[in-house]
Design a protein around this ligand. Sequence first.
Ligand code: ACO
Length: 325
Amino acid sequence: MKQTCIVGTGSCLPVRVLTNEDLASMVDTSDEWITTRTGIKTRHIASAGESTFQLATQASRKALDMAGLVPADIDMIILGTISCEKAMPSCACLVQKELGAVNAFALDVNAACSGFLYGLDMADKYIRNNPEMKILVIGAENLSARTNWQDRNTCVLFGDGAGACVVTGTDQDRGMLASKLYADGSLWELLHMDNAPSLNPELADPDYDGSYIKMVGRDVFKYAVRAMEDAIKEVLAQQNLTINDIQLIIPHQANIRILNSLVDRLGVPAEKVYINVQKYGNTSAATVPIALDEANREGRLQQGDLLLICTFGGGFTWGATVIRW
Ligand code: ACO
């Protein structure tokens, strides 16, 4: 049976860089506080011409180039985002138009920071059914547009960016081996973001105070570490693997302390874990595909390597997948 294989990766970051020192002139914070609590030093912030679909389109073009494909080869576009500028059409449809992917159907996935992994899992299921399909899976965010820039608890954490990959079927002994996804909607209030207020007075939320990210940081931290650890153990067990069999782990890049806790609990050497949160902050659904593209282009992945991806985000949503590269 054919397996689902990643044949191209790409990423795109906005040009403008916001440093911790810049933030210290905006809210009551410091480079020292942000660095020790989060590991983040800089994040990229979108300007004109860098809206979510435009970043996603640039990342997709790079992934297509690497795959040796043209936009008309793509059959489906799945895009994980919580920060597209439009509620309708989907960000994926805007990317389809911008790319000229005229043969693709397109949809968004709202699974917050797990959006790319959810999308990759969906793509795998389509390709198992039709291995000839070529699917673009994207994670793209402009969280700067959904950040309360007066709230030091959140505004230091997030950034903008996009990552993409092209997947298709292969006869080779490589591809997606296993994945396991989860959700727990009962915990939604710990991390959430409202839409624009309802125009139906019956449904209007009297407490509405803006469409930006709100969270209970300590609780999110606790759940994120445990959930990703459990997901990793489950997905490894499905394949009779241990963590020692894995060559590279690409976790969702939320902050360095979550990643360090995960590394400790798994008992893996830190060099097996790809970390770029210091440069980009938390770009939600885009963190994993950006890191995947960087790791790929840096030669961190050799054919045959076992790659483990894990994510955690609002919903809560979380999951893990194992890929033979
Ligand atoms: N600069 C200076 N002080 C700050 C800042 C800041 N940017 N933000 C908060 N503080 C203050 C608080 O006001 C508080 O002050 P007080 O004691 O006078 O009230 C103090 O620092 C401690 O606040 P805590 O919230 O207890 O700080 P904590 O050590 O828990 O760190 C953090 C906060 C970094 C948010 C941490 O809880 C965390 O990493 N949580 C995970 C949240 C996360 O990553 N969310 C992203 C989305 S979810 C995801 O992607 C997995």
